[in-house]
Write a new protein. Structure first.
Length: 115
């Protein structure tokens, strides 16, 4: 196995493979609450902004939704913190969010890591 600059090996367990993880990567869990009066608009917003992730080195690893459609959980990984910060300030993302006003989803973002 060839190691790339910025990666460190990590053994997960006796019967598991060796995995490399980029030290600068950022992993996030986003808990997204969509307003009752704007569930469909909120889902369209999420569809649009999640499509912007690759522009900033971001990858949507999981997107889950409750049965009532009002809450989503996203697991997102960015190659670098700068990519995450770039996503937060992306002009297309911020303009779309501003255009939704009170109908914009409420999001709680947690930075997480493997345990």
């Amino acid at each position: 196995m060839t190691m790339h600059e910025g990666t460190t090996p990590r053994v997960l367990g006796k019967d598991e493979e060796l995995v490399t993880e980029t030290a600068a990567a950022v992993c996030l869990v986003a808990l997204v609450e969509l307003p009752d009066a704007a569930v469909e608009a909120g889902q369209r917003y999420e569809d649009t902004v999640l499509a912007l992730l690759p522009r900033h080195g971001g990858h949507l690893e999981r997107r889950l939704r409750t049965d009532d459609g009002r809450t989503e959980v996203h697991v997102i990984r960015f190659d670098t913190r700068a990519g995450y910060e770039g996503f937060l300030t992306d002009p297309e993302r911020t303009a779309l969010r501003a255009s939704l006003g009170e109908a914009a989803p409420q999001t709680r973002v947690l930075e997480v890591h493997e345990v």
